[in-house]
Structure formats: structure tokens, C-alpha cells
Design a protein around this ligand. Sequence first.
Ligand SMILES: Cc1ncc(C[n+]2csc(CCOP(=O)(O)OP(=O)(O)O)c2C)c(N)n1
Ligand SMILES: [Mg+2]
Length: 556
Amino acid sequence: MTRLTGRSAFLRLLIEEGVTHLFGNPGTTELPIMEVVPDYPQLKFILGLHESVVVGMADGYARASNRLTAANVHVAPGLGNAMGALYNARFSGSPIILTAGQQEQGHGLLEPLLYAPLVPVAQPFVKWAVEVTRAEDLPLVMRRAAKVALTPPTGPVFISLPGDVLEEEAELELGAATRVNARMRPSDAALAELAARLLAGKNPVILAGHELGVHDAFAEAAALAELLGAGVFHQTVPYAAQFPSEHPACLGALTRNQKAVRAALEPFDLLVCLGADLLRMSVYSPIDPLPPGMPVIHVSEREWELGKNHPTEIAIQANVKETLAALLPLLRAQRNAGAAAQAAQRLAALAPRNWSAQQGRARLAALEAAEETPIDPRFLMLRIAEALPREAVIVEEALTSSLTLPALVPQRDPKSYFGLASGGLGFAMPGAVGAALALPGRPVTAVVGDGSALYGIQALWTAAHLKLPITYVIANNRSYRILKERLVSMRKSDRFVGMDLRDPDIDFVAMARSMGVAARRVVDPQDVAPALREAMRQGGPQLVEVMVADGFGDRR
Ligand SMILES: Cc1ncc(C[n+]2csc(CCOP(=O)(O)OP(=O)(O)O)c2C)c(N)n1
Ligand SMILES: [Mg+2]
């Protein structure tokens, strides 16, 4: 037993659970915590200047490290500000313990400023939400929160910390961490059935998901693709990297367009979904993205995803790496010479349309637009791809401007790419900070649209404060171009209201400099490459604002 205040117990328990960074934005209700932060140098406090940025940084850190991450925000308004980022973290399954200071119990009843019950606010977006009512419960609550966040399906949890609990002294037994080993592999019978079904497919295709990246299973997935002679699509949502793009079986990413996805899948007779979301879409369409009657095999540790929207012939709740490790020897043993020859033939036939072939075409298209001013975003993406060092980490949220980026920059390793999660904007600016903290030694390049950047622009200050090796490339088309495009294509109107970021124009260079980030603006296509090279050479946080075409003749 140790006699401790609630505030010290809170920090000690975070540290004992392996947390190294506490992302936060403090207020009066968090002062007890801030007071003791200096007592625990093992836990680095990372200040974010808005709660969406705080949770966005934590999300980036969690995605890039797959480790338990902590974030603290300020009572009801702070939690409210964080909800969009929390929604993102829920999609990406980030194991975050989100806490908020709360008005003292009883005092809250008087409805003071800043008070509202916090648990019901956080609840819909987290795996578990609870308010601590006695300091003596902190060990149990914190240990359980860590366990819940880290057990697949991983995801954020929320704890409300009333002031009186943080002040209270109690005799505490801090206990010890529990880690649930959820690296389950299927039963022998299930593996045998799976192997037989896979070998019965005449023309299978694989849908690769982020669980392959999270569990470091690129090699196993590649071996499966080779054994089956199956092409591999990246899943529709790029929470994290999914499959090495340069592998000859890689066919690039499926879009979130139902009609296009269905057409892409139609030629195949079996869809093998590995640690992926089965065709998560965005905008409504009456068309089902899965071709009618297409048989599906789905392996995921996220039980909820299995058979969620589509009947699934074989649905297996298991760890994808363990499953593949057990499955591959069976397939090797059972596959006959005829099947092996057919697989090799299918694989060879993918060459003209695999990722590498697509990259060649994307490169040519980008080069054809090389002279255009304003700069064609495809040309910008090509120049970014060329400038990136091999070990670079991409954080991406540039919508229309970055459409071609996944075709130009290969996913090489599980930490090489972090993109859109829930559709909610505001991840990339702070996410890059979290990724840079989680992956020391790896330069981070954040490719961000002008609109998207403004949902998390304060992250620039944290990047400057911590001198992080991040290059922010802002694709500035002075608009919400995607909304304009959709108004035209979906509603046949070009009366653009609320989609232009002009008059006054936004000066990202001045904004970056005001927060301590060196910045330059590029207008001429031939200046793109030198500006990117120079920014990346500097090492510290840098911003390159690139004026790109708005797609509508830059009319005002
Ligand atoms: C939090 C949040 N608010 C609003 C939106 C709606 N939205 C989707 S795309 C978009 C425009 C993004 O602009 P930008 O980053 O400049 O990319 P562009 O469309 O110009 O390529 C907006 C406002 C959203 N997805 N998330
Ligand atoms: Mg824009």
C-alpha cells in the first residue's frame, strides 16, 4: 500500500501502464495534475493548443506506435472540442486513454461554469467511459481502462476525473498491468476448411486491411498472394499502411465509389478479406459495391466487422498474422503442381495493371501537366513522391489534391502511411506531430489540403516547440474543391456557396511563421522540387505552401 494523492496516482498508473507521452490542454480543473507533472519526468507532457489537436496528436502517436497513449482535456467544452478527433481515433482503433478534469463532485450540482456530465458525451465514441468517484478506485479504473483500450478491437476509452478525487489522499494498492493475449489463431478444423476453400477458388482476389500493418504481417500476406496467384487491393480507408505497393500482386487501392469497386471486383470468383473493413464506403449509392453472390472469406480480430454488411461464407475472428502463419504451410502442402502453375500464371498476368504499372501511368500523367500554372496537383504529388526519402512517413489529408498520391508513393512498411480514418477532417496536422514523436529518426511529410489544414492548424506550434522533423506540404487551391466537384456531379449545380477560401486569401506562410515554423510559398511548377528538397533537408518543422489549381479556372 502507498499513500498517494489521486493526482499522483493518476500519473503513476499511466507510467506503469507504459505511457510515455501525455498530450493535453490544461484548465483549472486539470491544475492538480499539472502541478505534479514535473515529479514524473518519465512522462512527457505535450501541449496542444486546441483539444481537437490534442486528441489528433494522440491518435497519430497511437497509430504510429500501436502503444497505449494518453490525452487529457478540459471539462465539458474541452471534451466537446475533442469529439471530432475522438471520432477519428475510434475509426482507427487507437488505444487512447482520454481523460478530462471535472468539477468537484457536489459542486457540479450547482451547475458552475464548465460543468456538464462528461461520461454521456464521450460514451458513443469510446469502448468504455467512466467517472472516478473515489481516489481509491483509481488503480482499478486505470488498469481496466488500459486493458480495454489495448484489447482488440483496440480503441479509445474515457475517464472523468473530478477535482476532489484528484486532491484526495488514499492508501492505494497500485496493482499491476494486465495484457490480454488476443493473438488468436483459428482452430485446426477452421484452418483446414479455409485452406481447402482458398485452393478451390479459380480466380481469387485479396482485400488487404490495416490489421496487416498493425500486426506486421506484410510478408505473410505477400506469401499468400503468391501462393494463390491473387491480386491484392488496398482497402478503401487508409487508416494505416496495408500491403507493400511494390509487390507484383498489388493492384492499388479500391476507391469509395460503389460502382467502381463493383466493377473492379467483378472479374474475380472469391474475395479474401484480410484484416480489412469489408468495403467501407462514404457517400450513398444504391449500388452494392460487392458483386452479387460473390463469395467472401473474412479474417479479422474485430468481430463486429465480420458479416456486418455482407453475408460471409467463412468468417474468422482471429489475429491475421497468426492465421496466415498457420495457413501458409497448409496451402504449400496441399497445393498441387497444376494449381501452382495456374497461380504463377495469374500473378504474371497482373503485371500490366499492378501498382507498379499504375505508378508508371500516374507519373506520365503528372509529367504531362508539368508546365501548367496554377500547378496541377498531380504534378505536385509526383514531385513529393520524388523528394521523399525512403524511410519517410506520409500523413495525408489533401482530398482532391492527393488523389494520385497513393499511386505514386509506395507503402513500403507498416509505418509508412497514415491517412483518412473517419472522413472527419483535422487529423493530418496534429497526426504528423504524434507520428514524429512515435517514430524518432523517421522524417514525416504531411500532405494537407488548405481546408483540412485549418481544422488543426495549431499543431504547427507544437511541431515548432518540439522541433520535430515534419515537412508540411499545404496544397492550397483556395477552396473546398471536393465539395464543388460533388455539387456539380451529384446535384448538377455550380452555384458555390461556402466553398471558397478567398477574399481574403489565407496566407499559410505567414501563419506558419507566426507559430515558429519556417515556410515558403511555391507558385511556379519548376520551383516545386527545389522547395521540397530544401524543406526536407532542413530537418526541423517546415511548411511549403503550394498554390495548386482549383479545378474551376480559378474563377472568383
Ligand atoms: C470535421 C469536418 N468538417 C467538414 C467536413 C466536410 N468536408 C469534406 S471535404 C471538405 C473540404 C476539404 O478541403 P481541402 O482540404 O482544401 O481539400 P480540397 O477539397 O480542396 O481538395 C470539407 C469541408 C468534414 N469532412 N469534416
Ligand atoms: Mg482546398
